[in-house]
Design a protein around this ligand. Sequence first.
Ligand code: SF4
Ligand code: FES
Length: 370
Amino acid sequence: MEPVLPPIGMLAELTHRCPLQCAYCSNPVELLKANREMDTGGWISLFEQAADLGVLQVHLSGGEPTLRTDLVELVRCLAQRGVYTNLITAGVGIAEGRIEALAEAGLDHIQLSFQGAFATTTEKIGNARGAHEKKIETARRVRATGLPLTINAPIHRHNMNEVPDFIDLALDLGAERLEIANVQYAGWALLNRDALMPQRAAVERQVLIVEEAQERLRGIMTIDFVTPDYFAIYPKPCMGGWARDAFMVAPDGTVLPCHAAATIKTLQFERFGDRPLSEIWHDSAAFKAFRGTDWMQEPCRSCERKEIDWGGCRCQAMAIAGDAAASDPACIKSPFHDRMGALIDQATGKKSSDGTFAYRRIGRMSEPMV
Ligand code: SF4
Ligand code: FES
């Protein structure tokens, strides 16, 4: 077993509260209410320990992180420790002066999501009237502060044909970067998988459009492409590999290897405060469960790619193969790979799946059946 290196990145889900109700959200279906959130002192203590441990980047996310009234204080704490901070926001309802205060506190970057390239799509996917105009206004305010801006476009069946328009929108807004991110089926997105799954022909068209734009806009705007797992031949190294260089923290301070780890019911997760972060990272059973390659079964065990993708996503293996230690079924070598194709056919063949979403809301208390 190789020595455990310190983590580089941390995703801090400060809250599950959000003004939008996106059906593709990767948050767990069992969302935490505000009274379960860690307080300011807890987050500051966690960030101090993360910096001591070696964390270089913190992604402040949610839910909607700007709903935390202490966000400026949290950013200042991280900036003072020299940690790079990225705010991941839906950009709706951010009070006057707040973006400027975050920039002044040392925020390094803002990632702003758009559910559609047009107002009607954004409103339908996020179930929030007027959201699109508010996002455009947020983008203008971000640019006015001089902060770097990434536009994040989570892609699925209902907005895939807007990819060229997302590219135009990001250029208009002066973004340095656009992320065309095909949704990962975890949390609410898994619950809504049949309604969100795109047609194969649309995925193939999308790939060509993105490749052409990446070439055309080289040196003008970077386009990152998160490919759709269900249409892949090989999986992505989820989280860069389980407990290799990044982790996440839920609003109540639970420290997790990834955002969907709680769907692996055999694992138990520890809460920051019950134990120092360093001990959780190095010693907790959940982090050790799939770290490295010793846990792998065939075909991963003898595969030449095992230190490229680290076997893919454990949570996807759990959801589709029913075994968190199986190869990610996105992999063509997985005995469960055909199930991905069958799930695409099942989803795209359904007449009823054309737009009926289970919108994200706090209070729904069960994980989706697969
Ligand atoms: Fe990756 Fe395992 Fe597939 Fe090899 S067999 S490509 S390690 S998921
Ligand atoms: Fe958990 Fe991929 S989401 S390992």
